[in-house]
Design a protein around this ligand. Sequence first.
Ligand SMILES: *[C@@H]1O[C@H](CO)[C@@H](O)[C@H](O)[C@H]1NC(C)=O
Ligand SMILES: *[C@@H]1O[C@H](CO)[C@@H](O)[C@H](O)[C@H]1NC(C)=O
Ligand SMILES: *[C@@H]1O[C@H](CO)[C@@H](O)[C@H](O)[C@H]1NC(C)=O
Ligand SMILES: *[C@@H]1O[C@H](CO)[C@@H](O)[C@H](O)[C@H]1NC(C)=O
Ligand SMILES: *[C@@H]1O[C@H](CO)[C@@H](O)[C@H](O)[C@H]1NC(C)=O
Length: 233
Amino acid sequence: MELQQGRRSILHRCVQSGDVFHAGLVITLLLGVWYAQALEVNTGKVNFVEVMNGSSVLLPCTYSSCIGIKNLYFNWQYKDNGTLIKLCEAVIPAEGIEPHVKIYHERVVFVGSSKDSNISILLHNVTFEDQGDYICFAINPKEKGRNHSAVFSLYVVDELKEVDNTLTIIIVSVLGGVIGLIILIMVVKAVVLSVLNKVQEKNKECLVSSSGNDNTENGLPASKADSKPTPKA
Ligand SMILES: *[C@@H]1O[C@H](CO)[C@@H](O)[C@H](O)[C@H]1NC(C)=O
Ligand SMILES: *[C@@H]1O[C@H](CO)[C@@H](O)[C@H](O)[C@H]1NC(C)=O
Ligand SMILES: *[C@@H]1O[C@H](CO)[C@@H](O)[C@H](O)[C@H]1NC(C)=O
Ligand SMILES: *[C@@H]1O[C@H](CO)[C@@H](O)[C@H](O)[C@H]1NC(C)=O
Ligand SMILES: *[C@@H]1O[C@H](CO)[C@@H](O)[C@H](O)[C@H]1NC(C)=O
């Protein structure tokens, strides 16, 4: 009875994920055939990150299993010049039960949650020595001790890298400025041309109106009319 329930929840989980591969896995399981790749650990689509020294960085890792987990053991290791240094480790008794994580590094904090099958850690105050490969390792005893791991690479950079960005920004700004200037010149040109046209039209109007109302207006229009006729006539 218990086994059947387990199977149903597995089916539910796998159908929810919408993964054809996993659905196939469930069918295989229902047929009673043990499948080798039951557990997966994953450090995400982009398995590297570049951070500035002094900042904090998330080292992501998640797991998924279609046969369910029981006493899942996991740890994080740092590959320091070939030797593996354990950063933390824990056992997740069952799905949804939070692990009690033992931490062996003073700047590591466990931020995962078994509710999300998340076993990510946070590394604080990154130094240049922290650069390298971080291995997320897991064993699901349900699979007779088969190991699973995923690697996440950390690159630590100095603020100097920012200069490259600044240079790009400068180039982009200059290009943008030049384009903007060209547009501005075109706009100014259009405005000047339209103003000139208007002035010319006004002059024409002035000529017409002044010739029409010569006697009633004796201020500026008259004088303008006096000054302009020579080129027009
Ligand atoms: C990063 O390293 C550079 C060079 O060693 C240093 O000058 C700078 O203060 C460091 N930044 C932080 C936030 O630790
Ligand atoms: C890394 O390994 C090389 C060769 O084994 C050794 O010469 C070097 O000192 C090591 N570096 C550190 C930081 O342990
Ligand atoms: C990180 O560095 C800051 C300032 O140096 C310090 O206050 C803080 O306790 C450090 N955090 C950890 C986790 O070491
Ligand atoms: C895992 O948990 C951390 C901390 O809550 C979060 O920042 C991260 O996005 C989570 N990763 C995934 C894949 O859900
Ligand atoms: C699994 O990992 C453990 C601990 O790292 C190791 O002792 C064991 O040999 C590994 N087993 C396999 C099949 O790789």
